[in-house]
Design a protein around this ligand. Sequence first.
Ligand code: ADE
Length: 224
Amino acid sequence: MPKIKFTIITLFQETLKPYLNTSMMWKAKENGIAEFDFVNLRDFGLGPHKKVDDTIYGGGDGMLLMCEPVFNAIESVKKDSPDALVYLPTPAGKIWEQKDAKEIATKAQESEKPLHIIILCPHYEGYDERILSIVDQKFCIGKYVLTGGELPSLILIDSIVRLIPGVLGGENSAIIESFSDGDNIEFPQYTKPYDFRGMKVPDILLSGNHGEVDKWRKEHEKIA
Ligand code: ADE
């Protein structure tokens, strides 16, 4: 049984699949930790053209996602999973932070049954405001505007899944990292060679003295 399941409602699932089928997200899926499902919003479109969006009351450029296809798509997923939480990527949401990812990863880890998150990806100009009545959490990934919810969804998923034990290699690789303790930025790290074009690795890191190495690292953590 997976620890966490994501159902992504989107018109563009082909943009999500390559990322989720690669590297750590692929590993999380292969190891049975995470499951990724897709729902094509177009399947819930209205009329012969499977329409999912329409013009804006009061005027304005572009089109908005309509309530009916969105409600029907979400309700079709919730029919078998009534406790699933609905997340909506939108610039109007709360800024997504490491502590939010940690909270969900911990909940997933401790839960008896898989934690199920439905992510609704808006596109075009946005969505009918009434859609918010079926949403549990709005999230924003930064103060800039993207064309749709697909990239924000990948960011949300990646930030959560990598924190679930069994996904990253060393179990503390996710603990001593940037933002794990508020605004800290991880200390500088180096690998071979010792001397690259005259840039040398700080000697303390080669000393074998763990106490001194820890002290150096603490001193070199930065605040964002
Ligand atoms: N949709 C468009 N821009 C976005 C952002 N910055 N965060 C979340 N969803 C978005």
